[in-house]
Design a protein around this ligand. Structure first.
Ligand SMILES: Nc1ncnc2c1ncn2[C@@H]1O[C@H](COP(=O)(O)OP(=O)(O)OP(=O)(O)O)[C@@H](O)[C@H]1O
Ligand SMILES: Nc1nc2c(ncn2[C@@H]2O[C@H](COP(=O)(O)O)[C@@H](O)[C@H]2O)c(=O)[nH]1
Length: 389
């Protein structure tokens, strides 16, 4: 949390006020965008554990309960809604934990529009607002047996508080020594397919005859823990991630030769002969694709393990650096039930207290560097407090 930048309260009355501001009726908040009215919370139809949403179309008078995507916030006794633009509503939850105060309800973002076509229903998507940015995730790709897992294990061992592994979902059977939730989330194909349809996956691909995929929550959990996420995914998956707005560093690992790749795959002893043949056939295509322009930012040859690991650390700026335990300073957003909210361009001013009893305390929320969004987190919130004047 930093100091409040130069900001004049009178601006609230000036031309820069966008005309969108607080709408709060206790445990229910209302937001109007175009012809639609969004009633958030207190609809009587929600479960007691999450906030519900209802949408009324003013032109027809019709009221629908939309398909709600993303992790839903828990109810709060005081909700405020600020319409940010035609696509997004900021929801403020008073009397909530500091990391649970700010939520975004996406109502017409590209993601929501895409899902609306898929579901054929009204769709809204929740995304939790997170203060600050997370470091770009690292995507490691390459043919089976090249040593991706080995290199990632080395990184995680040497830098346990810097890196976190995105545990993928797969329909393949666990190998001896593999643990649920550590190496993979082992799952049934029909369950995974349903979750893919529900928009829960960042990417997925059919690899060597099984389904593999990265659940958005797996990546977000690593970032939430303050760590940099490492993903071990195949080339098809890397291509899908490249095609979406997810920012990452893409690294392709090559074997020194095809013969050496085969040797490693056999010496690992985890696949049947048939599976080895399939993986080697796929490796040929992956090696070709790995070199295709614009897909990977870096290509490393894993000949000698120590040398390749040193190169990996170098490109991640980790060589010679001992791990420093990074303690991020906690941000306390003590948002009371009585507060008022105003919006000026990309800034939200929250004044604590009632009309008669306005406290000195103010928060300024800077939304100008927001990143991400449904169905994950919206990161890049900046908060300033009057206490730091
Ligand atoms: N540089 C290296 N030299 C020799 N052996 C290696 C090297 N790197 C990894 N290996 C060995 O090769 C085998 C395959 O490595 P690993 O399991 O890490 O590959 P992978 O790319 O993660 O494979 P998959 O995609 O199938 O999960 C392992 O037995 C590992 O110990
Ligand atoms: N597209 C994705 N590919 C993934 C994911 N998780 C792992 N993988 C790739 O699958 C193969 C085989 O892995 P194995 O554990 O069965 O040997 C390997 O190339 C991995 O990179 C994922 O979430 N998405």
């Amino acid at each position: 949390m930093g100091e409040v930048p130069a900001f004049v309260a009178d601006d609230l009355l000036g031309d820069s006020l966008n005309g969108f501001y607080l709408k709060s009726e206790g445990h229910q908040a209302v937001a109007n965008i175009g012809n639609k009215t969004y009633v958030i919370g207190g609809t009587g139809r929600e479960s007691t554990s999450t906030i519900g949403v209802q949408v009324t179309d003013k032109s027809t008078g019709g009221c629908v309960t939309p398909t709600v995507l993303g992790t839903r916030p828990k109810p709060s006794k005081r909700l405020s809604a600020v319409v940010l633009n035609e696509d997004q509503i900021l929801i403020l939850k008073a009397d909530s934990a500091p990391d649970d105060c700010f939520w975004f309800l996406e109502v017409n973002t590209p993601f929501v529009r895409e899902q609306r076509k898929k579901f054929g229903t009204e769709v809204v998507a929740w995304s939790k607002g997170v203060v600050g940015d997370a470091k770009k995730p690292i995507i490691i790709s390459g043919p089976s047996g090249v040593g991706k897992g080995t290199l990632i294990s080395e990184l995680m061992k040497e830098f346990p508080s810097t890196f976190g592994f995105s545990v993928s979902h797969t329909t393949r059977a666990p190998r001896e020594g593999e643990h649920i939730g550590v190496h993979y989330h082992f799952t049934e194909r029909n369950i995974m397919e349903e979750e893919i349809r529900d928009g829960k996956f960042l990417e997925f691909a059919s690899v060597h005859g099984n389904l593999y995929g990265t659940n958005i929550e797996s990546v977000e959990m690593v970032a939430d823990a303050g760590k940099r996420c490492i993903l071990d995914i195949d080339v098809q998956g890397a291509r899908s991630v490249r095609a979406c707005s997810f920012e990452a560093i893409f690294i392709f690992i090559c074997p020194p030769s095809f013969e050496e790749l085969e040797k490693r795959l056999r010496s690992r002893g985890t696949e049947t002969e048939e599976q080895i043949q399939k993986r080697l056939r796929n490796a040929k295509a992956e090696l070709e694709q790995g070199n295709s322009p614009g897909l990977f930012d870096h290509i490393l040859v894993n000949d000698d393990l120590g040398t390749c690991y040193a190169s990996l650390k170098k490109l991640l700026d980790l060589d010679e650096v001992e791990e420093i335990m990074q303690e991020s300073s906690p941000i306390f957003v003590d948002l009371p039930r009585d507060h008022s909210v105003s919006k000026i361009d990309q800034k939200i001013l929250i004044s604590c207290g009632t009309g008669e009893e306005v406290s000195e305390k103010m928060f300024l929320l800077d939304l100008s560097s927001l990143k991400g969004g449904a169905p994950g987190r919206t990161r890049g919130l900046n908060i300033y407090t009057s206490e730091s004047f």
